[in-house]
Design a protein around this ligand. Structure first.
Ligand code: NAD
Ligand code: TYD
Length: 369
């Protein structure tokens, strides 16, 4: 039976991971540590809040004493580290929070893990620190270049990517220097349920339903490799179960799309949903379909992101060959499931943006001893 500490578990991928893990490993214990920044939504964890194998603690990963206390109290043997500032646009506007959480915070977490696992006499015999990183540390690809492998040299371009690269190096250093049992993963763009509506896919769905412009940065021909979040969770599970300590694994969706094509597809899918279910017109009267026009009419080209990476693509041969990973969700079905989830859960979107409500929720559920 594992005892996991999941940092950033009230965020997009962290919350999906918690649901994934407790469904497949119902006897394991999961503690979430999350500072509940603007990107954290406790509503995403409501389905497990009453589960006796689950505990939520509001707190900062940079609080070394708190993390040490949790590792000891819960006898944690596995840390899965998701907590981060994760939005590139915000890192361009203000890099400080990215350095603080993604570098200083990640280091504080490593320090706490070392203090408890490697120095405390009663530490668990085997432990694992899994660090969730991003393909963005590898830089940008031209259209004809081969996809990133684990051996691709780091060339981070945004402050976000640079902060994640810095934490990757620190994780590796704790393995080489102190013998902390680490693994790392670098994944491509995730999509799925519970994603804060500042990222491309949930933002577009939300804006179409509200009849707001869909901002396409520059020419919209930038390419991303989209990975269904549950496939990502499965990749991490395989690494925790069978991955080699000290190693890094790329996890991708084998699913490259230009931004403009994704947005056009979403417009057409939403219009088709409205055509099939007239109740949607009542529920979302500002949506273009409700006004007799196509959602594509909302597409608006805006100024490009500074230093915008042109293309990301992940080569996941290593995790496929060594751990048997393959993405299982097709994009056609994954994007439909995601759209249906957002159509059914606009309340979650409203609650995610309501910070007073989040504060109230955290007062009810913060479970510090
Ligand atoms: P997210 O922004 O949705 O969630 C981040 C979570 O971390 C939030 O709940 C937030 O409250 C919490 N957090 C932030 N600062 C904290 C701190 N100091 N202490 C404790 N908690 C804190 O992010 P996400 O999209 O779920 O990404 C999770 C991880 O995956 C990140 O490390 C990110 O770099 C990586 N990643 C994400 C993607 C993607 O497509 N979303 C792609 C590649 C890698
Ligand atoms: P995003 O979801 O922010 O993820 P990342 O920057 O980590 O790849 O953006 C995905 C792509 O979509 C990226 O090329 C930027 C672009 N984009 C837009 O064109 N308009 C938008 O409003 C957003 C949020 C992103």
């Amino acid at each position: 039976m594992k005892k996991l500490l999941v940092t950033g578990g009230a965020g997009f991928i962290g919350a999906n991971f918690v649901h994934y893990w407790l469904t497949l490993h119902p006897n394991d214990n999961v503690t979430v540590l999350d500072a509940l920044t603007y990107a954290g939504n406790l509503g995403s964890l409501m389905p497990v809040m009453a589960n006796p194998h689950f505990r939520f603690v509001k707190g900062d990963i940079a609080n070394t004493a708190l993390v040490e206390q949790l590792l000891l109290e819960e006898r944690i043997d596995t840390v899965v580290h998701f907590a981060a500032e994760s939005h590139v646009d915000r890192s361009i506007l203000g890099p400080d929070a990215f350095v603080q959480t993604n570098v200083v915070g990640a280091h504080s977490l490593l320090k706490a893990a070392r203090n408890v696992w490697l120095k405390e006499p009663a530490h668990p015999l085997s432990h694992r620190f899994h660090h969730v990183s991003t393909d963005e540390v590898y830089g940008s690809l031209e259209s004809d270049e081969p996809a990133f492998t684990e051996a691709t040299p780091y060339q981070p371009n945004s402050p976000y990517a640079a902060s994640k690269a810095a934490s990757d190096h620190m994780v590796r250093a704790y393995y080489q220097t102190y013998g902390l049992q680490v693994t790392l993963s670098h994944c491509s763009n995730n999509y799925g349920y519970y994603q804060y509506p500042e990222k491309l896919i949930p933002l577009c769905i939300h804006h179409i339903l509200q009849g707001k412009p869909l901002p396409i940065y520059g020419d919209g021909k930038q390419i991303r490799d989209w990975l269904f979040v549950e496939d990502h969770c499965r990749g991490i599970e395989l690494i925790l179960q069978q991955g080699h300590v000290g190693e890094s694994y790329n996890i991708g969706g084998m699913n490259e799309w230009q931004n403009i094509d994704i947005v056009t597809l979403l417009c057409d899918l939403v219009d088709a949903e409205f055509a099939a279910a007239p109740v949607l017109t009542k529920r979302y009267p500002n949506a273009p379909y409700a006004k007799g026009i196509s959602a594509r009419s909302l597409i608006t080209h805006v100024q490009d992101r500074a230093g915008h990476d042109r293309r990301y693509a992940i080569d996941c041969t290593k995790i496929e060959k060594t751990l048997g990973f393959k993405p299982t969700e097709s994009f056609a079905s994954g994007i439909r499931k995601t759209l249906h989830w957002y159509l059914d859960n606009q309340r979650w979107v409203e609650e995610a943006e309501n910070r007073d409500y989040q504060t109230w929720l955290s007062q009810q559920y913060d479970n510090r001893s």
